[in-house]
Design a binder for this molecule. Structure first.
Ligand SMILES: *Cc1c(COP(=O)(O)O)cnc(C)c1O
Length: 226
């Protein structure tokens, strides 16, 4: 087995163990392999080991990989999304985790309609109220509850969080609670919780994550930031 195949198997084992410990079924948690900064060959190795969902944070970096890799890969966009990239992101990615404002969601809905697409999306929340990070505050999100009914061309799956390292588990729990409140207030079903990275995905699973975004624990350390 290649290093990547071995690490993939180990990660799947750790996700299963975290599921068992929290009384959840394995099938409830998806592994998103975050391939940003890594070449298409690395993605290919993970693909050959059975992985199909990959996450990228920059459209320009992802485009040439998407082009050369098999079409049955599901690409997830996880980075900051600027309006001028929305059309290309809608064309290349089936799922977008980083929708951090109602305006962006509305624009995505419009562009997806134009392009005949229906991407899945997560709304990014900032439950710790960190100044340096984007995302909906809890209040903003709850006041937007009614507007979430208006989307026609995006499928709203749930919430995404990138918590601070210290206190991650509490943030995961608050993200889940916020999701529950938003479901109650909006009447929408929002099953998805995109939470957990290499350093904290087990905690995220124990707090209800349905998709963990793991990069360095699978592909190795990144040589430049992304
Ligand atoms: C880079 C990145 C990840 C993966 O981080 P690792 O610590 O390498 O697992 C997950 N989510 C987002 C939004 C990222 O930008």
């Amino acid at each position: 087995m290649s290093d990547i195949a071995e690490r993939l198997a180990a990660l799947r084992g750790r996700i299963s163990a975290a599921c068992r410990e929290s009384g959840r079924d394995d099938s409830e948690v998806e592994l998103l392999a975050v391939s940003k900064t890594f070449p298409a060959e690395a993605v290919r190795e993970a693909y050959d080991a059975g992985q199909r969902a990959f996450g990228e944070s920059r459209q320009q970096e992802a485009a040439p990989k998407i082009e050369v890799l098999p079409p049955d890969i599901r690409w997830h966009f996880i980075g900051g999304l600027q309006r001028n990239k929305v059309r290309k992101v809608v064309a290349g990615f089936g799922c977008i985790h980083s929708v951090d404002s109602l305006r962006l969601a509305e624009y995505l809905d419009r562009v997806a309609g134009d392009e005949g697409k229906r991407p899945q999306i997560y709304l990014e929340v900032n439950v710790a109220g960190e100044e340096s990070k984007g995302g909906f505050s809890s209040d903003e999100l709850l006041s937007a509850a009614e507007s979430l009914h208006e989307f026609r061309h995006i499928e709203l799956l749930g919430l995404m969080a990138i918590p601070p390292e210290a206190g991650a588990r509490g943030c995961f729990a608050r993200t889940r609670e916020l999701r529950d409140l938003l479901e109650a207030r909006s009447g929408l079903r929002l099953p998805g919780l995109s939470m957990g990275m290499s350093g904290d995905f087990e905690e995220a699973v124990k707090e209800g994550s349905t998709i963990v975004r793991v990069g360095s624990a699978l592909f190795g350390n990144r040589s430049y930031p992304a």
